[in-house]
Design a protein around this ligand. Sequence first.
Ligand SMILES: O=C(O)COP(=O)(O)O
Ligand SMILES: [Mg+2]
Length: 224
Amino acid sequence: MSKPTIVFDLDGTLIDTATDLVASLNYTIAAADLEPVGADDLNHLVGHGARVMIERAFALRGKPLAEDELSPLLDRFIAHYQANMPGESQPYPGLIDTLDRFEAAGYRLAVCTNKMEGLARPLLDGLGLTRYFSAITGGDTFAVRKPDAQHLLGTIEKAGGDPQRAIMVGDSRNDILVAQNANIPSIAVPFGYSDVAVATLNPTIVINHFDEMTLELVEKLLIQ
Ligand SMILES: O=C(O)COP(=O)(O)O
Ligand SMILES: [Mg+2]
């Protein structure tokens, strides 16, 4: 039987990126005289990549955003985020042990994020995490992104995995939806950026800490 694959979301699942996302977003929107946002606002702003995050910040502040304004703002965000990473960003507690545990058990590991691939890779590099992953895909890697099933299925394929032997781990709506759309079991974590309690998204299971993500648990999910 082929090695199983575990696909992780990035922001709010593998890595607590809130402080750096807020800093880069506030630097970006300050150019348009928008009031800074706080970490709590991220729950509504994150999930569809930087472009949508900027659009949502304008909506939050009730300020219209013309199409031709967006591109320079996105460039401003990317430049600031790139220059400062990994910044304050940190893997969530228990993550490294969990990656080691599943790597040692012969699992394939992958990342499926709506962050731009060009931002996700240097961030994972900067935190010394890249070597764990057989594939890292971003919101701009394919023609579609989460919650479209093809983003997750394409990630599993790139990792050399089998969608019949895969699970998705994530912190928000798009992660649980993409898993449902691809007919793959999901684990939700409540410590990331979600505008609703993750249990209401109907993941296969919720864990509160990576220590709960045992081999036994994942094996059980794989045979469901
Ligand atoms: O950066 C975003 O908006 C989303 O990122 P995620 O898919 O890794 O949570
Ligand atoms: Mg996330």
